[in-house]
Design a protein around this ligand. Structure first.
Ligand code: C5P
Length: 226
């Protein structure tokens, strides 16, 4: 049995990876499966929360008892996360958000030109949904949590980068995980170091995505307003 420390709370979790259309059949995207976000939603439900899961291009089955809102682009993710966040005690941004989007999505399939070349694709930066939520706080006292995948060979490197990001983003918690190995946690699904907004380590977990999810909620609990 899990602690019911999220009973009566509304939590919003984003999961998956956004896609930015290039033309009617192509997109810029990433390889996020949505598994960590889904584990966070399941764990929050198990701890008594009402959960809204904003899922970008995820093919996993909806977790029982969780409201899933499906989105594709970063603009849609932003809109749906912000709408749900208006009544949320906690927002966890576990989605991999595309950093850039094509300035225009072509209305026809992009074709090679007669000279065999292709028109350049011009990109613009997407808004940082996490940083906005942290700066604006749609609900007073709302807890805002981010995830950050860092690359680095030394665990110190990864945590150092995470520390700087935690301060920059302004979120209450940032769960930092090393991608591409280097931490010696090859046998586990995920290994995260949880930092607070000042970059101090407040938790650590190496295990399944469900175990990592519970470690994140363990760190959120003490930050909830009464
Ligand atoms: O800066 P970076 O992409 O590493 O930050 C990752 C965190 O920021 C994740 O929580 C992700 O969901 C969030 N993010 C966001 N909007 C963006 C880019 C990242 O909310 N445009």
């Amino acid at each position: 049995a899990h602690p019911q420390d999220l009973a009566g709370r509304h939590v919003v979790v984003s999961a998956g990876g956004t896609r930015e259309p290039l033309d009617p059949v192509r997109y810029l995207g990433n390889r996020s499966s949505g598994r960590q976000g889904y584990a966070l939603a399941r764990a929050a439900r198990a701890r008594g929360a009402r959960v809204t899961l904003v899922a970008a291009n995820v093919t996993l089955p909806a977790p029982a008892g969780v409201a899933v809102v499906a989105v594709e682009t970063t603009a849609e993710l932003r809109e749906q996360v912000r709408a749900a966040a208006r009544t949320a005690d906690v927002v966890v941004m576990a989605a991999a958000v595309a950093d850039f989007r094509p300035v225009v999505a072509a209305s026809h399939k992009i074709k090679k030109r007669a000279d065999g070349l292709i028109e350049p694709i011009v990109l613009e930066v997407n808004p940082d949904i996490l940083a906005e939520l942290a700066a604006q706080r749609l609900v007073p006292g709302q807890v805002v949590v981010g995830f950050a995948a860092e690359t680095g060979d030394e665990s110190a490197d990864v945590v150092e980068h995470g520390r700087a990001k935690a301060r920059r983003k302004g979120a209450d918690l940032l769960a930092v995980n090393a991608v591409g190995g280097g931490l010696g946690f090859g046998a586990v699904d995920n290994a995260v170091t949880i930092l607070d907004g000042r970059g101090e380590v407040v938790g650590k977990c190496a295990g399944t995505k469900d175990q990592v999810a519970h470690a994140v909620w363990d760190a959120v609990g003490p930050l909830l307003r009464r």
